[in-house]
Design a protein around this ligand. Sequence first.
Ligand SMILES: [Zn+2]
Length: 236
Amino acid sequence: MSVSAGVLRTLHRLHCQLAEQQERLQRGPLQIKAAQANVARLQEAFTATREKATAARVAADQKQLQLKTGETKILDLRTKLNTCNTNREYQALLEQIAADEMANSVLEDEILEALDKIEQLQVSVGEAEQGVEKSKAELTKVEQQINSTADSLKSDIERIRQELANAEQQLPSDFRPEYDRMVKAKGAESMAEVENDCCSGCHQQITPNLLNKLLMSQVVCCTSCARLLYLPEADR
Ligand SMILES: [Zn+2]
């Protein structure tokens, strides 16, 4: 059973092309998945930031309400000053008013601080929202790109398969079952060119005996990695 280096060289080239295009086709959905995961992650971050901003707003509103109640209470106390019967009562009210005013002033500071925080959070919310929009645009771009190349990849793969089938016709029929088994198991990795008297798949030195067999177009497999060997073009 003899097989020409030229046929094996062509078959190996086609198997390599097939593997490359199949890998590119398979990579597409993974790239889309990664872009989708990115959108989901940023969407989650955006929701969390927005919830934080809402909570801060609610807290600030509560403090403002508390301040208003405090201010009304002080007004009431001031009205009561006019109806005091004793100096002691009057002094006690003044002290109460001073204490409440102090509490309100602390509250006012807290409200200013809370408003500052809300402002910062609103900036963060805006940024997070922009991040989501940007990642969505990126996802659309990736999807369009992948979908538009998928069709040409599929027709490429179909063409290579056809070329492979044609080239395989040139293999001797008694070698065909072994060849089929090898390519089914290892695809493009089932063959290797001889480079400087070595297997280019595993770099094992080829014995002179095997080189002679190759020169006589006999079927030779690497004794180390079992790849089907063929001589390079220059040696033909
Ligand atoms: Zn090898």
